[in-house]
Ligand binder design. Structure first.
Ligand SMILES: C[S@@+](CC[C@H](N)C(=O)[O-])C[C@H]1O[C@@H](n2cnc3c(N)ncnc32)[C@H](O)[C@@H]1O
Length: 237
């Protein structure tokens, strides 16, 4: 039986033409998970909402009036948190979100069902955004094959593509937040991000399961395309 990136056993079930992951262990965890119960009480679509809330409480990323891109948004917990913090429902801020899956409407959030790896995705997102972004955040998790090396490459590929997109749309001073998995495979990405952002670190919120290798890469203080290109040109001389 294959394992996913959290190391848990994975059973693949076909449902309505869509592949669904399930397991007895996963179900037990859901039932005993305080964040799942809390999310129900607070009206959040997912327990993931608390990961973003925690990161934001600590680093004060989301502010009223900001423009946010949410990659891999379904079922919508992060979009709900971001929409509330930036004031998207009353038009102060903006949240644009995409996912491979459908997502129920979140007030103030512009959503498109779209594969981020599709060549048309960046342009579509730029159209939805209609300007620069203050934050690009990605909670995307690539589908796993069970083959460790392949899975690591897919995961890193997804984050690198998200980072590249972030560097195209972020305003100077902007933030890139992305889910990664502890593997060391993101070392070269870290080096690039350190060149493009004032601060780059890994964060692991308490709501992220301890036995999971999941963590988040937080890059703040985007230096902006012009500054970055000048630095690269100086290095090349
Ligand atoms: C952990 S979930 C996100 C949970 C979400 N942040 C929340 O708070 O509800 C990861 C999502 O990434 C999406 N995803 C994975 N690869 C993607 C891709 N290439 N393009 C768009 N979405 C993708 C999956 O469909 C899945 O819904």
């Amino acid at each position: 039986m294959a394992k996913d990136t959290t190391g848990r056993m994975r059973v693949t079930v076909k449902s309505g033409g869509r592949m669904k992951l399930s397991s007895k262990l996963w179900l037990e965890r859901q039932l005993n998970d305080p964040y799942v119960a809390q999310a129900k009480r607070d009206g959040y679509r997912s327990r993931a909402a608390y990961k973003l809330t925690e990161i934001d409480d600590k680093f004060r990323l989301l502010k009223s009036g900001m423009a946010v891109v949410d990659l891999g948004a379904a079922p919508g917990g992060w979009s709900q948190v971001a929409a509330k913090k930036v004031g998207a429902a009353d038009g102060r801020g903006k949240v644009v979100a995409i996912d491979l899956l459908e997502m129920g409407e979140v007030p103030g959030v512009t959503f498109a069902q779209l594969d981020f790896l599709d060549p048309s995705a960046p342009e579509r997102l730029r159209e939805m955004l209609g300007g620069g972004a203050d934050i690009v955040m990605s909670d995307m998790a690539a589908n796993t094959t069970g083959h460790r090396k392949t899975d690591q490459l897919r995961i890193v590929g997804l984050v690198e593509t998200a980072a590249m997109f972030a560097s195209e749309v972020l305003k100077p001073g902007g933030t890139f937040l992305a889910k990664v998995f502890q593997s060391g495979a993101d070392a070269s990405l870290m080096t690039e991000l350190k060149r493009d952002y004032a601060s780059v670190k890994h964060v692991k919120p308490a709501a992220s399961r301890k036995d999971s290798s999941e963590r988040y890469l937080l890059a703040t203080g985007f230096r902006g395309g012009a500054a970055r290109d000048a630095e690269a040109a100086a290095e090349a001389e």
